[in-house]
Design a protein around this ligand. Sequence first.
Ligand code: URA
Length: 436
Amino acid sequence: MLFKELILKKRLGKELTKNEINWFISNLTSNHLSEGQIASLAMAICLKGMTFEERVQLTLAMKNSGKTLSWDLPGPIIDKHSTGGVGDTVSLILAPVLAACGAYVPMISGRGLGHTGGTLDKFDSIPGYNTSPNEALLRRVVSKVGCAIIGQTNELAPADKRLYAIRDVTGTVESIDLITASILSKKLAAGLEGLVIDVKFGNGAFMQDFNEASNLAKSLVTVSNESGCKTTALVTDMNQPLSQSIGNSLEVLAAIDILKGSSKDYRLLEISKSLGVSILCSSNICKNKKEAQSLISSVLSSGKAAEKFSQMVGELGGAKDFFEKPKNYLTPSNIQKNICCKKSGYVKKINTKNLGNILILLGGGRQKVEDDIDFSVGMKLLIELGTYVEKNQPICTLYARDQESFNIAEKEIIESFEIGESEENFNKKMIVEHFE
Ligand code: URA
């Protein structure tokens, strides 16, 4: 078979067979295809789309392109995934909560992508925490503690690694077919039995449009279920940051506050709980929503979830008392100052993507792949959509490494909040759709 004929077939909008898809993926990982050829097929898929059968085949071929894990543990192997947002600290809360509920969570996470934060970068802010343990350590921590949050290894779904890197620079990321196969190949390779996916929409998400996000959620749920992993998805609002805290160390502290029960970050808590309820029911740990809600509340209030977080950090190389005294270990930023509003009125709109980009400007994210991250920088928001603010009232505490970056970020932050004269009726519903 000539690869150019396969590209042509998809360019004409025809369906690829299972053998053709398998052949593409095996040649992709054995480096027999040039970047140009891979990018051309990715572009043809973006433009012409795939049938449901093709999507499933692509996902399975990518999953099987490397090692797949299997587990023999006395509880369900489950996980959560988010399509990416700003101030999205849910994984840090939910993994230990689910472990405390009796599940096992081998959570393979990513670094920041575009303006969105990455779970792995947040864990890298914890001194000593090993985000790339070998398989033996991963297995030990998952079986002993119940959860381990780590980065993708070279062995799991290597086809995605190459294809994703090429898509990233060839304008072929935004395809429901390719995103579905990319996300699920990694999750399925980790040997999951159950998965809940938080599909974000709004001005801080990759899919700004609700209908697009909803189609992606449907695709992820149907393909994953067809591939043998019980999956549900919530479509959730990202028209403002999920947590009040944005920035790696600040988000670790925000998650710890929730696990300690001392947080007012109610949106972060609500989404974390709702995702937890969905997967506790779908993986049959709980019989119904009510039982799942009360189990989550009890592992939070008893400190059982907090203990799991603390044990996970300790087992993966962090200090044993990190959870109790995180501020003893996290480096504070050089500058911490409030930013004030320039006029009175109601918060009408928050440019969430811009807040994610400001974190990158502050040094808390990467502008180039090889950039180091300053974990200490970020912002803590003091207002949300609909809040009434007086002129000169503080709207945010900004954590910066120097005065120059503080000044740049201050201007950008003020511009990210649209203040209007009249009060608006916001739809406060954070979870807009639930796919099972
Ligand atoms: N996240 C992934 O892992 N893959 C995509 O294609 C998009 C987001």
